[in-house]
Design a protein around this ligand. Structure first.
Ligand SMILES: [Zn+2]
Length: 445
């Protein structure tokens, strides 16, 4: 996806910058060679002629959404794993389905997920795959043009793990290293070291994975402190909590992203804040698996950098950043008080704070000159979002995925007036339906 050679003027919207002053103004955004070069009422005057124009009248123009925890390989399993708690959900549905994946189904799952994400305004993801075939997922991410940190799931032990998903420790590490080398110079994609969770990983896998991440400047991405029953199982098996053990084994610090953190106590929040360890909040998944409500307000007050993610399609069941935003904001009010996580702060979770979670805040996450041209125009004109009021409030509390009108990624218009321009959505959907049926049959579910 080469950014257009002509300047792109995103004209006439309400620009929500998510910059350090949270500036919101009526005006334009000018993108040149994939980079934001001007914003404001005078941006049009800086545009070289001829230039492309994207009509944003009636829209909020916001940074592209950053989702700090998703699973592209699980998109095919949507509607196949409902109404189960975490460990049963994994053992009875997700692991057998992942074990049944072949190259064609992995490709179909990743492509449908990427299509859904892009169509609804997500331009950057942190993604965890399954143990095998991750080259297919990385290839799909590359072809679809999203920005991503993505890694195969690493699993070298664990009760209930199907044989197909269980790896030799050494093989898992070497495979991740090979992926890391293959994507070391990619303009948008990097590999992330992704031990699935502490119940499916040996101490050696996590220790050496963390070292590998440091050596190749990668993120470590894992699940932690998600469900109470999981926490009990971790204590029984390992004699301590996963937060403490992960830190002891080297999975700690600003390059480490922990998905969930629902069960964190104040001492653990302080430890994560002191180390700079990041957390990805996944409110829909936490609700659907009955894991609880993460203490986002307390985490942020302690100094933890928190992003937002949809997690997997079978525990959500969408990959829609706007749904996660609304859930995050509403749940915070129930958990910590009505005045917590107001709309502007909630939006930051899915933009600039998400970028900080991924260590990408100098490139993306806000609309400022010098940042990459990733932005979303959200139509505020739906009957469910009118007749006025604060634009950010309308985005967070009222708008829906279908309100995403345009998506610009790296300066290229990828979605215009609700249509994904350069992907065959019908073909992707048709293939995904076939592969979902076949995968389910192979899994015997
Ligand atoms: Zn997950």
């Amino acid at each position: 996806m080469v950014p257009g050679s002509m300047d792109l003027l995103v004209r006439g919207g309400t620009v929500v910058t998510c910059d350090e002053h949270d500036r919101v103004f009526e005006g334009d955004v000018l993108v040149r060679d994939g980079v934001i070069v001007a914003l404001g009422p005078d941006a049009a005057a800086s545009a070289k002629k001829p230039h492309r124009v994207l009509d944003a009248v009636g829209c909020a123009v916001i940074p592209g959404f950053v989702q700090a925890h998703v699973h592209l390989v699980q998109v095919l399993f949507r509607g196949m794993a409902d109404d189960l708690p975490l460990l049963a959900w994994l053992k009875e549905r997700i692991w057998p389905l992942e074990a049944a994946h072949d190259e064609a189904s992995l490709r179909a799952s990743a492509e449908l997920g990427l299509l859904e994400l892009l169509r609804h305004g997500t331009t950057t993801i942190l993604d965890m795959g399954t143990t095998h075939g991750h080259e297919v997922v990385l290839d799909a991410i590359d072809r679809f043009g999203l920005r991503a940190r993505s890694g195969k799931a690493m699993m070298d032990l664990g009760e209930g793990v199907p044989a197909r998903l269980r790896e030799r420790t050494e093989d898992s590490l070497r495979e991740v290293e090979a992926h890391a080398r293959a994507f070391a110079a990619h303009p948008r994609v990097r590999v992330a070291v992704s031990p699935r969770f502490i119940l499916s990983c040996s101490e050696r896998l996590i220790r050496e994975g963390a070292l590998l991440a440091r050596e190749h400047r990668m993120l470590v991405h894992t699940h932690a402190a998600e469900h109470a029953a999981e926490r009990t199982a971790v204590r029984e098996l390992l004699g301590d909590d996963d937060i403490t053990l992960l830190a002891r084994w080297g999975a700690t610090g600003p390059n480490t992203v922990l998905a969930h953190g629902v069960q964190l106590d104040p001492r653990e929040m302080n430890a994560l804040a002191d180390a700079g360890t990041r957390v990805a909040h996944c409110p829909s998944a936490n609700l659907k698996l009955g894991s609880g409500i993460a203490q986002v307000h307390a985490m942020r007050r302690a100094g933890v950098v928190v992003g937002l993610g949809a997690d997997g399609a079978p525990c959500n069941n969408n990959l829609d950043a706007l749904t996660e935003l609304r859930h995050a904001a509403l749940l915070s009010k129930a958990r910590a008080g009505t005045d917590t996580l107001p709309a502007r702060e909630a939006l930051r979770l899915a933009t600039i704070d998400g970028a900080r979670v991924l260590g990408m805040e100098r490139e993306i996450g806000s609309l400022e000159t010098g940042k990459r041209g990733d932005l979303v125009c959200i139509d505020l004109g739906g009957v469910h979002a009118e007749p006025g009021g604060d634009a950010v409030s309308r985005v967070v509390y009222a708008c829906r995925a279908s309100d995403v009108r345009h998506v610009v990624l790296d300066g290229a218009v990828r979605v215009r007036s609700g249509e994904v321009l350069d992907l065959d959505a019908d073909e992707i959907l048709a293939t995904a339906r076939v592969e979902a049926r076949k995968t389910r049959a192979r899994a015997g579910i």
